[in-house]
Design a protein around this ligand. Structure first.
Ligand code: PAP
Length: 366
């Protein structure tokens, strides 16, 4: 079996880069080290396409509106959502360099809505015949590398064709921005109370924030969040993009709520397995496989693993994040320790207003 991490290889500094990138680096090095005679590297069609997209991207960044960033100085408004520039570039690259397969399953979420948890649950469920619980891949490696994150730069393309079906990928892109070859696949979407998302995101982003920027107050984060200006935001439009699609194609999109999953994880896992085409058998139910996977993927268990206390995950060439930052409290309602009554009311009002008529109700606002 191939894991995403196995498609990576160590460069000279010991960091991991896609194997295709290594080939490219070695080629560039070869070109540099063999003069004279001077060899001009011919521009391949792939490179030409890439260079064209880079030009388009540069132009976009110069022309679209920007707003205050959480981690970097600016976020950019692109097709109705706010992004770190790298995600805009990758969005342009994605349709060309990522090829989906009909059996692929995507995990989509707004940042900090429960991605790490769902990654673990989906991976453990699909691969439950490959590992015993006591010697599980997740115990050694954690959920981050269990399957690839689609939103980081997809050029040079990584070869995912060796991954066994169903391949799984994670994305934070809103539904409306994904190309049709991807949206025709199955999706699991996880949604969470925006107040908890805000607090979780503020902690995470403050930690990752560029040292050249002033500290990021909760008041500023709150204001930006309410205005929709946060990575992949506005939160509400992101959620609605998947909610509406889930109403149209319930067999293609499983819409989950973090809070409901916390209250009844076994029920959620059984639905998840059935949706992914791997329902638990009567024998598995009898043997308590569902409970064992829920326990394996629990916050308590995952957050105490050595790999999640000390390890680091690299997202493409740009982001490096300590695994421990994906495990903070894992609770419902931690916002109560941070938001005033007025702040709570304002977010709930926005949520009620935006979701009005959609049929979507978040328990947290009722
Ligand atoms: P990401 O979008 O950057 O990948 P994501 O995993 O969605 O982050 O969100 C992290 C949140 O999920 C954290 O919430 P908190 O800040 O409110 O604590 C994290 O603690 C929580 N989390 C991580 N793993 C689990 C888990 N196994 N069960 C429940 N919550 C979890």
């Amino acid at each position: 079996m191939y894991f995403y991490s196995e498609l990576l290889t160590a460069d000279k500094k010991g960091s991991f880069v896609p194997k295709t990138l290594c080939l490219r680096l070695s080629y560039d090095f070869f070109i540099m080290s063999t003069s004279p005679p001077l060899i001009t590297k011919p521009e391949s069609k792939e490179d030409a396409d890439y260079n064209k997209i880079c030009e388009e991207y540069k132009h976009l960044i110069e022309t679209v509106p920007n707003g205050n960033g959480w981690m970097e100085k600016h976020l950019y408004s692109y097709n109705g959502f706010w992004f770190h520039p790298n995600y805009i570039k990758n969005h342009l690259l994605l349709p060309i360099y990522f090829k989906s397969q009909p059996t692929d399953i995507f995990l989509a979420s707004f940042m900090k809505a429960g991605t790490t948890w769902l990654k673990a649950l989906m991976f453990a469920t699909i691969n439950r015949h490959r590992y015993t619980i006591s010697d599980h891949y997740l115990l050694q490696h954690g959920p981050q590398g269990a399957f690839p994150y689609l939103d980081i730069e997809s050029y040079p393309p990584t070869d995912f064709t060796h991954l066994p079906a169903p391949r799984m990928f994670a994305t934070h892109y809103p539904r409306t921005l994904l190309p049709p070859c991807i949206t025709s696949c199955k999706f699991v979407y996880v949604c969470r109370d925006p107040k908890d998302v805000l607090i979780s995101k503020w902690h995470f982003m403050s930690n990752q924030r560029s040292k050249d920027l002033p500290p990021f107050s909760l008041d500023e984060a709150f204001e930006l969040f309410c205005q929709g200006i946060s990575d992949f935001g506005p939160f509400w439009e992101h959620v609605l993009s998947y909610w509406r699609a889930s109403l149209e194609s319930p067999d293609k999109i499983l819409f989950l709520k973090y809070e409901e999953m916390m209250k009844q994880p076994e029920v959620a896992l059984r639905n998840l397995a059935a949706f992914m085409g791997k329902p638990f058998t009567a024998e598995e139910l009898e043997k308590g496989v569902v409970e064992k996977i829920v326990e394996l993927c629990s916050f308590e268990n995952l957050s105490n693993l050595e790999v999640n206390k000390k390890g680091v995950v690299k997202f493409g060439k740009v982001f490096e994040v300590e695994n421990r930052l994906f495990f903070r409290k894992g609770e419902i309602g931690d916002w109560k320790n941070y938001l005033s009554v007025e702040m709570k009311q304002r977010i709930d009002e926005i949520t009620n207003e935006k979701f009005k008529g959609s049929g979507l109700i978040l328990d947290a606002t009722t």
